[in-house]
Write a protein that binds this ligand. Structure first.
Ligand SMILES: NC(=O)c1ccc[n+]([C@@H]2O[C@H](COP(=O)([O-])OP(=O)(O)OC[C@H]3O[C@@H](n4cnc5c(N)ncnc54)[C@H](OP(=O)(O)O)[C@@H]3O)[C@@H](O)[C@H]2O)c1
Length: 287
């Protein structure tokens, strides 16, 4: 069913990186934007109440502190698995369309070709386990009708990876980036527009991969950020992911295949390098 132009939209996690861009992408529509303090997805009654007035729900709320989740898996599970299920149940009861957002971290990163949307999840950290369980519960609660959009390496706001790289560059200390961590940097603004398109269209329920296309290493991503900021002369030393001691293991190789996206006739996500340049200009850090 195509979403009507007078549909009422609910965005959860609306003050997060992606949530803010979803709300912006919905300008001119009837949108209720709820951050965590206004609508906690772990509260089933509050969720049922909020969704009773919605035709389309975009769930961008999540526990996203990947390292903290190693020590607080219950907390991550509450939002990412139980909270996601609350949203899906309420949306199903109301007959509202649901797009739920998930992550490349449901995979272990050991593949050698792009992960298909139907590849079995095999998470290697607590955050990934809770998100994979969230996907399972969303699909079960919606009888397979919800859409799940997995994304990766999201940026596009204060405190994101490009800002961290530029802040590190300003310290004058040598920069190091992993050559053996490969992924798809994705601009939250590009993704938000495409999620709204997906929600608007009569696509089959299931899993879609929403990432800017192409692939790159963490180090090359850093070099591209510096280039766009006019700091391309700064070297980025080659390192390995293992050199950066972090509590949570990260998938080494997380490139997501766009076949289900393309088969649904959705506008392809453009290449990550072009998107980064536009993000730099839009966010005011381009040279
Ligand atoms: N960022 C990435 O690189 C990345 C990569 C792959 C997938 N994703 C997925 O993309 C989606 C959006 O993430 P993001 O990058 O926008 O993260 P974000 O900036 O951390 O936003 C998530 C928002 O959800 C809110 N939240 C947390 N627990 C909640 C709860 N119980 N009820 C309601 N709201 C809650 C957070 O509020 P507080 O800040 O107040 O806790 C935050 O505003 C998530 O599903 C995430 O798993 C992100």
């Amino acid at each position: 069913m195509t979403v009507r132009s007078d549909a009422r939209w609910l965005v959860t996690g609306a003050h997060g990186l992606l949530g803010r861009e979803l709300v912006a992408a919905l300008a001119g529509r009837q949108v209720t934007a709820r951050g965590r303090s206004e609508l906690d997805i772990t509260d089933p009654d509050a969720i049922a109440d909020a969704i009773s007035g919605a035709d389309v729900v975009l769930n961008a709320a999540a526990y996203t502190a990947v390292d903290a989740a190693e020590y607080d898996e219950d907390g991550a599970f509450a939002a990412n698995a139980l909270g996601a299920e609350n949203v899906a149940r309420a949306a199903a009861l109301r007959g509202a369309r649901l797009v739920h957002v998930s992550t490349d971290y449901v995979f272990d990163g050991r593949a050698t070709s792009a992960y298909r949307a139907d590849a079995p999840p095999s998470p290697i950290n607590a955050y990934g386990r809770t998100k994979a369980e969230g996907e399972r519960r969303v699909m079960a609660a919606s009888d397979g009708r919800a859409s799940i959009v997995r994304t990766a390496w999201l940026y596009g706001g204060p405190g994101d990876f490009p800002h961290a790289v530029l802040a590190a560059a300003r310290t004058g200390r040598p920069l190091r980036g992993a050559d053996d961590q490969i992924g798809q940097p994705t601009w939250a603004r590009d993704l938000a527009k495409r999620i709204v398109e997906l929600a608007d269209r009569p696509v089959p329920g299931g899993i879609y991969h929403g990432t800017n296309s192409g692939q790159t290493s963490r180090r090359e991503f850093m070099r591209a950020i510096l280039e766009d900021a006019g700091l391309g002369h700064l070297p980025v030393e080659s390192a390995r992911a293992i050199d950066f001691a972090m509590p949570a293991a990260r998938p080494a190789w997380s490139v997501l295949d766009h076949a289900s996206w393309d088969a649904a006739g959705l506008t392809p996500m453009r290449g990550w390098r072009e998107a980064l340049g536009d993000a730099a200009r839009a966010q005011g850090w381009a040279a």
